[in-house]
Design a protein around this ligand. Structure first.
Ligand code: GDP
Length: 177
């Protein structure tokens, strides 16, 4: 059904950010293609993928941007954030450092993105239960403190990915429509 051409009511630009290797690209391919690729090779240069969904009877094309590795060189530019209505800020629940850097990513968003941008904090790789280094409560507290939505996901199993993206898109819808 999602492939049937139809009238698009809105296009929502969403950016995916966070440290390298937290699973940003896999989150995106899970949501847009329901795929997980074990040997994904990211190309340099910003790219986006789309998925069209229906929210409150409106057809919304989610245009989801991937940094495509630019974050490694701290080279994510203002152009990347321009026009973004939502941000998915991803860390890896098994890598404490990726969570410690989340505050820096929030600052980056506040500096470059629109003030009304909706942000969801994502603790990814939730399938790796035995390797957990970031307690859920720490993230919940940070998210509440900063006014971010929050979810833990696994791009590998697909757990919660759909729900997290829909939460973000619904909140954007609430802000702009
Ligand atoms: P990016 O650099 O943030 O875009 O990260 P990638 O999407 O390229 O993923 C980095 C690595 O983590 C890859 O080896 C993925 O296979 C792996 N990965 C991504 N998401 C998950 C997940 O939910 N669970 C597990 N176990 N591994 C994941």
């Amino acid at each position: 059904q999602e492939n049937v051409p139809e009238k698009i009511d809105y296009v929502f630009k969403v950016v995916v950010i966070g440290d390298s290797a937290v699973g940003k690209t896999q989150m995106l391919s899970r949501f847009t293609k329901n795929e997980f690729c074990f040997d994904s090779k990211s190309t340099i240069g910003v790219e986006f993928q789309t998925r069209t969904v229906t929210i409150k009877n409106k057809v919304i094309k989610a245009q989801i941007w991937d940094t495509a590795g630019q974050e490694r060189y701290r080279a994510v530019t203002s152009a990347y954030y321009r026009g973004a209505l939502g941000a998915m800020l991803v860390y890896d629940i098994t890598k404490r450092q990726s969570f410690d850097h989340v505050a820096r990513w929030v600052e980056e968003l506040r500096a470059h993105a629109d003030n009304s941008i909706v942000i969801i904090l994502i603790g990814n790789k939730a399938d790796l239960v035995d390797l957990r280094a970031v307690p859920t409560e720490d993230a919940v507290e940070f998210a509440e403190d900063q006014g971010l939505f929050f979810a833990e996901t696994s791009a590998l199993t697909g757990d919660n990915v759909e729900k997290a993206f829909f939460k973000l898109l619904e909140e954007i819808y609430g802000v702009i429509c």
